[in-house]
Design a protein. Structure first.
Length: 139
């Protein structure tokens, strides 16, 4: 079975577990010599570990989609407001702000929305962002 090489450090273990559980289309489980030699508890532990890694991957993907959606909605609310501005200094500042919204730190995108009534929600998002960064950039 050809699996891509993911960048995270536990990919070897994940690939090994997937290779054991899903040996490929050309082999039958009845003839599989790898599966016969593995104790049930070992396979169960490896499967649980692989599931944890998949959970991390799901958080990474879901948060990336959430981040993209937030950035898009912020841009959609800012664009109509700035259409009538013509002063070059303000246009430059607006372009810098747009660049930050599009591809800058997500923390900086969220910061202006931190108010007493939303600070708890923003902090929860920042906690998930930090966890996502921890997973994405190595544990």
């Amino acid at each position: 079975m050809n699996l891509p090489n993911p960048p995270w450090p536990y990919s070897v273990e994940l690939r090994r577990t997937i290779g054991i559980v899903c040996p490929g289309p050309d082999t039958s489980l009845a003839r599989d010599h790898k599966l016969r030699t593995i104790e049930g508890e070992v396979l169960l532990q490896q499967s649980r570990q692989a599931t944890k890694h998949m959970d991390d991957l799901a958080i990474l993907v879901l948060f990336s989609v959430f981040e993209s959606e937030v950035r898009q909605r912020v841009l959609e609310t800012v664009d109509p407001i700035v259409n009538d501005i013509t002063h070059p200094v303000i246009l430059h500042a607006i372009q810098n702000a747009r660049d930050t919204i599009e591809s800058g730190s997500f923390f900086k995108v969220l910061e202006p929305f931190k108010r007493p009534e939303t600070s708890d929600l923003i902090e929860q998002v920042n906690q998930i962002r930090r966890y996502r960064n921890w997973v994405a950039h190595g544990r």
